[in-house]
Design a protein around this ligand. Sequence first.
Ligand code: ZN
Length: 344
Amino acid sequence: MLSTHDYLRLLPKAELHCHFVSVMRVPTLVELASTHKIELKTDDLDALLDYEGLPDFLDVFNAAHLALTTGDEIARVAYEGVEDGVRDGNLRYREYFINPDNFAPRGIDYPSLIDAMTDGLTQAERDFGVGFRIVAAINRSLSPETAVKMVETVIAHPRDVVVGIGMDDLTPEFTEDPLRFREAYELAQRHGLKTSAHVGETLNASPQNVVDAIETLGVDRIDHGYRVVDDADALACAVASGVPFTCTPHSTHMLSAWEFTPEHRIAQMVRAGLPVTLATDDAVFFKTDIGREYTHALPAMGLDDAQTARIARAGFEASWCDSAQRDRMLADVDAQILALSALR
Ligand SMILES: [Zn+2]
């Protein structure tokens, strides 16, 4: 008899909301920071990820960006991140957000960044069979003009593995304001790129931000989106759209102090019939992993085997790889779920 914990951990998983730098192992971060003389507040691996407030977290997060300097280092971090995902939660596919504008100050241009990631992820795909795609993300703290330039760069350097754009961080006024970046989204869509946006996440975010992203920006996926359940009309709009949501339980606990209960907004979204899939967001920096997102959050939210299997499957259904690869993955997922369910 397979325990709920083991069943959830072994469910095959596709992770669609993963910021690349956040797959970096802590010992690797400490090693690379030492190599490049980036100062960390401590060498104690546990204490490094204990934050006293947001500035403390941002110091570590920024140090991780600064520590990634060469193509080999980027490829290594990419490879190790896949190995960890397989071990911790039977990861089978992942899409990575990467903010090219965060790397430009380090002298790493867009094609070099993508090609280095691709090297590591392709090697990991050979070794572990984990597929991947990359999503170039707009850093919302920068200007709408910078966002358009970033999309122009993506279009000027086409790569098969880069399939869309996203949008993260907050504006300088600490808002989500998705419509500020409308021009960048229209440009991306005209060139066949998929789109997603971080909206409806923070305490001051509104359900309308989710509606704006779906109806006006025309996104293919929503990242977070929890506030949508706070307004019946917004929720009805989201359900009718069929747009999938990439939800990250531990980050809601870390950033909004929401407890994992049946009233958690993610559980409400599942019960409302939204296509919900789970991910880690910033795995290492939030001390979580893709297995833990399922094993710790879902039972406490009161979701049963059928619901959790549907969440796992939704990650593959909502992926942006080509349809032949998606169909292959879904067949494999269904086989694994069938085999696991027989042990329950
Ligand atoms: Zn995120």
